[in-house]
Design a binder for this molecule. Structure first.
Ligand SMILES: NC(=O)c1ccc[n+]([C@@H]2O[C@H](COP(=O)([O-])OP(=O)(O)OC[C@H]3O[C@@H](n4cnc5c(N)ncnc54)[C@H](OP(=O)(O)O)[C@@H]3O)[C@@H](O)[C@H]2O)c1
Length: 217
């Protein structure tokens, strides 16, 4: 696939590494052209630094790997308001949560993913990759053990399919929770996980082990 990455930080580097390994082609952009060049050079063959607008045009998928406060600026630089992302799967991994506490900082009931959708008319926004730390995507899976589940949501079946493939490519298993109006719920889960982890509790121990629900009449 032809993938655009907006952002040059930790998550951009980790998913970029994983997707390159899977054979995809990357166009990397950030607000600093120098940092975009550095990241593209570090990632190596298959990655190149471009402008934010070039990173989103003609892509199968775009990852918005910036801090939540930077999402609006980054999308503006990419020309999102002019429809530059129309028809493109736009992955939102952002966590608008208070560091170390986990309180969600968007307005009541508001989701970052929905805010991003409003800023990017025509884009097929998929909330995904926000729950696991970036190292998850670069560490080799020991003994081919169980993949982690990447819960995601979005409105466009084609975009969910594309992002599902990109999840598998880095060793995850995609699970679609529902349409984009479930994004707030997924974003709250990140706050829950971050809050418990910083309080010294393994968040995994705070959810019941539920067998897969059987369909009943
Ligand atoms: N790292 C993780 O483990 C992880 C896991 C799940 C989700 N996430 C989410 O993924 C996103 C990226 O995280 P990260 O860890 O990669 O962060 P990071 O290493 O701190 O990088 C943040 C990126 O955002 C850019 N940025 C910040 N403000 C901006 C603005 N106003 N305009 C344009 N770009 C701006 C930064 O650009 P400069 O370099 O120019 O400052 C940098 O490229 C965040 O929303 C985070 O919540 C991260």
């Amino acid at each position: 696939m032809r993938i655009g990455i907006l952002g040059t930080g930790t998550l951009a580097a980790a998913l970029g590494e994983g997707w390159l390994r899977a054979g995809h082609e990357l166009a990397v952009a950030g607000r600093s052209p120098a940092r975009a060049r550095q990241l593209a050079d570090r990632l190596g063959r298959g990655a190149r630094a471009v402008t934010p607008r070039q990173a989103v045009v003609d892509r199968d998928a775009v990852l918005l790997a910036v801090s939540w406060q930077g999402a609006e600026d980054m999308l503006r630089s990419a020309g999102a308001a002019d429809g530059s992302l129309e028809g493109t799967a736009l992955i939102d991994p952002t966590n608008a949560v208070e560091h170390g506490v986990g309180v969600v900082l968007t307005g009541p009931g508001e989701a970052m993913a929905q805010r991003i959708a409003v800023l990017s008319p025509g884009a097929h926004v998929v909330k995904a990759f926000h729950l696991f730390p970036s190292e998850q995507w670069t560490r080799p899976r020991a003994g081919g053990g169980h993949p982690v589940t990447v819960a995601m949501c979005g409105d466009d079946p084609g975009a969910l399919q594309i992002v599902g493939e990109l999840v598998r490519d880095v060793g995850g298993a995609p699970a679609v929770l529902g349409s984009l109006d479930r994004a707030r719920q997924l974003e709250e889960v990140a706050g829950f996980v971050i809050g418990l982890a910083f309080a010294g509790t393994d968040p995994g121990s705070a959810v019941p082990h539920s067998p897969v629900a059987q369909h009943t009449l």
